[in-house]
Design a protein around this ligand. Structure first.
Ligand SMILES: Nc1nc2c(ncn2[C@@H]2O[C@H](COP(=O)(O)OP(=O)(O)OP(=O)(O)O)[C@@H](O)[C@H]2O)c(=O)[nH]1
Ligand SMILES: [Mg+2]
Length: 626
């Protein structure tokens, strides 16, 4: 093969293996990518491609796939893997070589997969990953015998320490050269007898090649005796979540004050050094007041993710899913829905995508429909702004921050309503029992500091890029709408009332007056459809433009003087339920392949939001908060 032909069409290698065996960790180590790695099954739900250069200078394309136990795919993520391996994906041929990734400490199930891979007609190499743990446990594997039994070369690897990678790639590269001997796939859906036979064969090989560990992992069992205890376990889970939300509120305050001060100083500097006029107003009111009011929330978002990453990387997340199974099952949610719902605390979009691990279509749809009720991180700016402006900074019972408590309450309302809605969906759309939940519980591991830091960095980048790409241009637009046209000669009211924003807000406001929204709140909802936190930025800009003396007051101070407590609470209630995010609706359309479900989602969420805000507003007014 000439090097030119090769560069046009480099060989393709796919990583296949059981869930949580370290495929993505290998993929990242080999290609320098930063795909998500975590200690539970079902992290990867899409195919991802990367490029690597071998020691001999060849370019290879590497494919990371969702984990699976068999090519008899059940759930949508497993279908992706099966189709990629068999070359059934549109516009894509089967990979040239497979790397079967095995968790060396858990070989029983992967041997069945390896036997299936033999029928695919592509050469493969078996990577015995997590070999560090296998060695620590004193696990004895007869590697030579195993290689001859499965008819494939074996390489031991430690993906997280980049050990054995050169050897692995050298073996895989060698196999690409022998492609002349490639033959067609003989794989077919096995019948029951074939499945039993394969199972027995895998069992035989396992017994022949693997001796039980000398120092088996007993720690995981001991920890689980406590953490999986139905009473103590749930209590600890509740406590963990509670500490998490308290921390989000209290730890973040100093850093947030710092950032807030920074933006105020910047606005002051701009005010002093730029000539009063359009440009100064655009920069101070549009960019700094708008974008700055959102960027302030970065510390809170990072603290939340820090906790989630620790829970994910240690292996606790799968336990939490297990603990919640009973409660979720009572509400008609599948146990596997837990991790997608938990990911939705970051953002409903990855959460909805990770529902691909749920094989039953109805279970999956139920999860998708309630995922946006989980409080995504884009709601943090909205919640914090309003809470900061209206809820006093008090401690209750001596140690709990009242603001943190309200925040916890908002998160809890999201969770409780998700359970309630799923309960209703189960009765309205599809009855029937929820299938039993099975998920392998990973062994506990110390979180990998590098992994946690890289993930935090990735989160920070997403947040800041959103501020730059979505919020910034929108704020320029909002500033234009809030500034033009100028009020007519002899106008008496504030200038902004005559602007496009004021006129538009005036049109929408009657619709939202029953729930206590003023026109500024109403208008903030529209750009807030692009991303929820934009609503905060919009309020920042609209109030900065209408501020007559141009003094840089903190947005929260402005709000507490302009809104009644009842309106503020109503705004919070609205944001617990409102489908304030067009990208989420688009993903639901893509994942369900129909307009029906995004429509159902939009309608039920608007109805819930309006109802919740209406009740909140009127109850608050009745209690004297109007
Ligand atoms: N000690 C040790 N840990 C590893 C090794 N390889 C991966 N891990 C850890 O194992 C866990 C699972 O790794 P992933 O790369 O997400 O596994 P995956 O096979 O891609 O999982 P799915 O995408 O869910 O199928 C993570 O916590 C990794 O940090 C290894 O060689 N040694
Ligand atoms: Mg993965």
């Amino acid at each position: 093969m000439t090097s030119q032909a090769e560069s046009l069409d480099p060989a393709r290698i796919a990583l296949v293996g059981n869930p949580n065996s370290g495929k993505t960790a290998l993929f990242n180590a080999l290609t320098g990518s930063r795909q998500k790695v975590a200690n539970y099954a079902g992290v990867t739900v899409e195919r991802k491609e990367g490029v690597l250069t071998t020691a001999s200078g060849r370019t290879l394309r590497l494919l990371d796939l969702p984990g699976t136990y068999s090519l008899r795919a059940r759930s949508p993520d497993e279908v992706v893997t099966r189709d990629a391996i068999l070359g059934r994906l549109a516009g894509e041929s089967a990979p040239d070589v497979l790397i079967c990734v095995a968790d060396a400490t858990n070989l029983r199930l992967v041997l069945r997969l390896a036997l299936e891979l033999k029928q695919v007609g592509r050469p493969f190499v078996l990577a015995l990953n997590m070999f560090d743990i296998a060695q620590r446990q004193g696990l004895r594997i007869d590697v030579e015998r195993l290689a001859s039994e499965i008819g494939a070369p074996i390489v031991t690897t430690v993906a997280t320490r980049k050990r054995g990678l050169d050897d692995l790639i050298a073996q895989a590269e060698a196999l690409t050269v022998s492609l002349a001997g490639e033959h067609a796939s003989t794989w077919h859906e096995p019948d029951a007898a074939e499945i039993r036979a394969a199972h027995a064969e895998a069992q035989r090989i396992f017994k022949a090649c693997v001796k039980p560990p000398e120092r088996p992992d007993t720690i995981t069992g001991k920890i689980d005796d406590v953490l999986l205890n139905p009473a103590a376990g749930l209590l600890i889970l509740g406590l963990l979540l509670f500490v998490m939300f308290q921390a989000v509120f209290t730890w973040a305050t100093p850093t947030m004050d710092l950032i807030d001060g920074g933006f105020a100083a910047l606005a002051g500097w701009v005010g002093a050094h730029l000539p009063q006029g359009l440009l100064g107003s655009l920069i101070a009111d549009g960019l700094i007041a708008g974008v700055g009011s959102v960027l302030v929330f970065l510390p809170q978002i990072l603290i939340l993710f820090f906790f989630i990453l620790l829970l994910e990387d240690s292996g606790y997340m799968a336990r939490a899913a297990f603990l919640m199974d009973k409660i979720m099952g009572g509400a008609g949610l599948h146990g596997r829905a837990f991790i997608p719902l938990l990911s939705s605390f970051a953002c409903a979009i990855p959460g909805i995508m990770s529902t691909r691990v749920i094989d039953n279509r109805h279970d999956r749809l139920t999860t998708i429909l309630v995922a946006p009720l989980m409080t995504c991180s884009a709601r943090i700016p909205v919640y914090t702004l309003i809470i900061g402006a209206f809820i006093p900074q008090k401690t209750v019972w001596g140690f709990l921050s009242l603001q943190g408590l309200v925040m916890f309450g908002l998160y809890a309302s999201g969770i409780v309503s998700a359970l309630a809605v799923s309960f209703v969906i189960r009765r309205v759309f599809w009855r029937g029992t929820v299938e039993p939940f099975m998920m392998e519980l990973p062994t506990y591991r110390w979180p990998e500091p590098r992994n946690v830091l890289l993930n935090l960095w990735a989160r920070a980048k997403i947040f800041i890029t959103r501020a730059g790409k979505i919020i910034l241009p929108l704020m320029v637009l909002i500033w234009v709408l809030a500034t033009f046209p100028y009020p007519p000669e002899g106008a008496t009211g504030p200038a902004i009332d005559y602007s496009f924003a004021g006129i538009l807000g005036g049109w929408i406001e009657p619709l939202l007056r029953p729930i206590g929204f003023n026109w500024q709140m109403s208008i903030a909802l529209i750009p807030g459809m692009a991303a929820r936190e934009v609503a905060v930025a919009t309020l920042g800009t609209v109030y900065a433009v209408s501020d007559p003396d141009g003094a840089a007051t903190a947005l929260s101070a402005t709000l507490s003087s302009q809104w009644s407590l009842a309106s503020a609470l109503s705004f919070l209630a609205w944001y617990v339920f409102a489908p304030q995010c067009a990208p989420t609706l688009a993903v639901v359309k893509r994942e369900t392949n129909s307009w029906l479900w995004p429509t159902v989602m939009f309608v039920y969420m608007v109805a819930l939001a309006y109802l919740a805000a209406f009740v909140t507003y009127h109850v608050a007014v009745a209690m004297g908060a109007g």
